[in-house]
Design a protein around this ligand. Structure first.
Ligand code: SF4
Length: 704
């Protein structure tokens, strides 16, 4: 298959049309950008993930290109007025380089940190990690993917020896006889994915959704399990308990393809369905029906997403569902398996190429001497010069400006003032820095705090690659050049590296950077050595691992073996434990946070698009009508949601689709409605993922 790409640059040098992908979520819907008279238009493009569909965010993505809020000149904080003012690139870059040098001279190399994003292209994520390690020579680099997929990533590595969101093409969903979605709401977060679910249901398949809210996805399900937030792990163990007692376990698969089942069997023996019903609120009959549907339908896929993962026990919760999948013999079989629905546009690739605190390109461990030697060789430096592992994102942000923490931070493609947990505290840490640099396309809430803001190119203005939720490497193609005064992230990184006297070379040509990434990833778990721009152009996308340009890529993993030392998947016994913060007399309700259809992540981009603002103009707090009546709150009236860490204020939205003991708030807004003023900064001990999905709160009618 070819992806129908026409060259981004037409004969004569004038950009006209480009086959590319949406700038937002991990579905990476195919779209064509057409530039006519300076205006860029989005057209849907048939691609295996979206089949010609786009959601409202994709349709309107080009509206940011010429938005009046767009930054087209660097900004620096004026020493006299304390305000951000326009500056030349020379002044801004020297302010950054001089500031970095001053901080490192005074406090050491680790006093400067880098914070990246899951929306950056593979080339940028790679360059950013390399920049941190060889230009700054700091161990402190991490990214906002910790907020998103890190628990599923850790669980996947632990069980399968590899972390690829979906180990099969998305179209396999349509072949699954039973589809179990846990904490996933693609009908709102990635609507075109539901075309595959529609196929599955039209073919007589069963859709089961686990979610504390009756979401748009849950309402389409044949069976909706609505557990108390924070109890998914117990629910999964109960399903495996039932599978054992009903004789559903695939004993031949377990014996031949896995290790560690005995301990799991002993652990889940204690998860009696009746007790789990009391804990989760899910009726025994529904648990039994779910186990039966998964085991007897003749093919099942289990998917987790943020609802299961964003917990202080997120890794173990995902592990419990992987245990269930393994016991039923699902991974590696056609129309079956376990997968994670990755969230951010390049959440997958972003964690493979070095912007994570403990990783080098190719998903290599930074503590592995052989991996260090290989990557150092590609970079032309000594392995001894590479720093060791840093700390996960929240730990990094929470240490900023403290005596032992970094004093300077460079942020690329992230807005932690809105997206970080316990955001008021993070905001305070950012204010304590000696130097905060933000590279972004608009004045985000984080940019407003910066000493230097660097305006960056947008997705339609630069080439590169993204790796979607299937592990398929895709081409992002420019349809026009950035406006005057704007630079690409790669150009900014290369300029800074030069000013800091980096020994290794840094380029701003995405194709050249990708060529180097291929060499750096060669031999790693996420091996891109056989992926090239030409190959993607010819095929539409290349699934990693792909070590050989002449050999096929890998759409499906695990058919014959798992990439573990003995080729077997690893069971691991996991036990339910309470949320980091349980309800009490003072904070008697649970808050869970999430997304809405018309907004994306911290909202820095989508809140500026008129059509999206009209569709989702403001934050809200979802309450069950019974709870609202008890609190004396009417629909649309402002409520105050208070936790031990802070409060948010937003209008109440009454709906019977939520449990009466739980309230919901979307996290896309800043200011008084910022959901993350309230969220808990407890993190998973393995992945560093914060517990966004549950904290104890009090809800009151706000005084006018
Ligand atoms: S589903 Fe995701 S990738 Fe597709 S158009 Fe919407 S935001 Fe873009």
């Amino acid at each position: 298959m070819t992806d129908g790409a026409r060259p981004a640059t037409a004969p004569g040098g004038s950009p006209r049309e480009a086959a590319t992908h949406c700038p937002y979520c991990a579905l990476q819907c195919g779209m064509t950008l057409r530039e006519t008279g300076g205006r860029v238009e989005v057209l849907p493009r048939d691609f295996p993930t979206n089949r010609g569909g786009l959601c409202q965010k994709g349709w309107t993505a080009a509206e940011l290109l010429d938005h009046p809020d767009r930054l087209t000149t660097p900004l620096v904080r004026d020493a006299g007025t304390g305000q951000l003012r326009p500056a030349s690139w020379a002044e801004a870059m020297e302010r950054v380089a001089g500031g970095v040098r001053a901080v490192q001279d005074r406090h050491g190399r680790d006093a400067v940190a880098v914070f990246g994003g899951g929306g950056l292209t593979n080339e940028k994520a790679y360059a950013l990690g390399k920049f941190a390690r060889v230009a700054l020579r700091t161990r402190h680099v991490d990214y906002n993917g910790r907020w998103c997929m890190s628990s599923a990533a850790a669980a996947g590595n632990r069980a399968f020896g590899v972390d690829r969101g979906l180990p099969f093409p998305l179209a396999d969903l349509g072949r699954a006889r039973t589809l179990l979605m846990v904490g996933a709401n693609p009908a709102e977060t990635m609507p075109p994915l539901m075309r595959h679910v529609a196929d599955q249901q039209a073919a007589g398949g069963t859709l089961i959704v686990v979610d504390p809210r009756a979401t748009a996805t849950a309402r389409q399900a044949d069976l909706h399990l609505q557990p108390v937030p924070g109890t998914d792990l117990a629910l999964a163990n109960a399903l495996l308990h039932i599978a054992l007692t009903e004789g559903y376990v695939d004993r031949a698969y377990v014996a031949e393809r896995t290790t560690g089942f005995d301990e799991v069997r002993r652990t889940v023996a204690g998860y009696w369905p009746a007790e789990v019903e009391r804990l989760t609120g899910v009726p025994v009959a529904d648990l039994e029906a779910t186990a039966r549907a998964l085991a007897t339908a003749g093919g099942a896929i289990i998917l987790t997403a943020r609802g299961a993962e964003q917990h202080a026990k997120g890794v173990d919760t995902v592990t419990a569902f992987i245990n269930l999948a393994l016991a039923l013999g699902l991974p590696g079989r056609p129309g079956s398996g376990y997968g994670c629905l990755t969230g951010q546009g390049n959440g997958q690739g972003g964690r493979e190429h070095g912007q994570k605190a403990d990783q080098l390109p190719g998903y290599r461990s930074i503590t592995d001497p052989a991996a260090r030697a290989h990557v150092a060789g590609v970079w032309g430096v000594s392995a001894d010069e590479l720093p060791g592992p840093g700390v996960p994102a929240y730990q990094l942000l929470d240490s900023l400006g403290t005596p032992a923490g970094p004093k300077a931070l460079l942020v690329f493609g992230s807005n932690p003032v809105v997206s970080a947990p316990r955001a008021t505290r993070v905001e305070g840490r950012l204010r304590d820095l000696d130097l905060l640099v933000v590279a972004d396309l608009v004045r985000s809430e984080t940019a407003e705090l910066a000493d230097v803001v660097l305006p960056t190119a947008q997705w339609a203005e630069e080439d590169g690659t993204m790796t979607n939720l299937e592990g398929r490497v895709l081409r992002r193609r420019a349809v026009r050049t950035p406006p005057p005064g704007v630079r690409t992230d790669l150009a900014i990184i290369a300029d800074l590296a030069d000013r800091l006297g980096a020994k290794a070379g840094f380029g701003d040509d995405p194709a050249e950077v990708f060529g180097e990434l291929r060499r750096a990833s060669a031999g790693g778990v996420a091996d891109y050595a056989g992926v090239s721009y030409d190959r993607i152009d010819a095929t539409g996308g290349v699934f990693w691992p792909c070590p050989d340009p002449a050999a096929p890529d890998t759409p499906r993993l695990f058919a014959d073996a798992f990439p573990t030392p003995d080729g077997r998947a690893r069971f691991r016994a996991v036990d339910h434990r309470p949320a980091a913060e349980e309800v009490c007399a003072e904070y008697p309700l649970r808050l869970t946070t999430g997304r809405v259809l018309a907004q994306y992540q911290s909202g820095a981009q989508t809140r500026r698009v008129p059509a999206l603002r009209r569709a989702a103009p403001r934050a809200f707090v979802e309450l069950h009508p019974d709870l609202a009546a008890r609190l004396g709150v009417g629909d649309g009236e402002d409520v105050r949601v208070t936790s031990r860490r802070g409060e948010l204020r937003a209008p109440a939205r009454l709906t019977p689709t939520i449990r009466p003991d739980t309230v919901f708030a979307p996290f896309h807004w800043g200011g008084a409605a910022r959901a993350n003023s309230v969220t808990n900064d407890a993190v998973d001990p393995v992945s560093g993922m914060p517990e966004f999905k549950i904290c104890a709160v009090r809800v009151e009618r706000a005084q006018p």
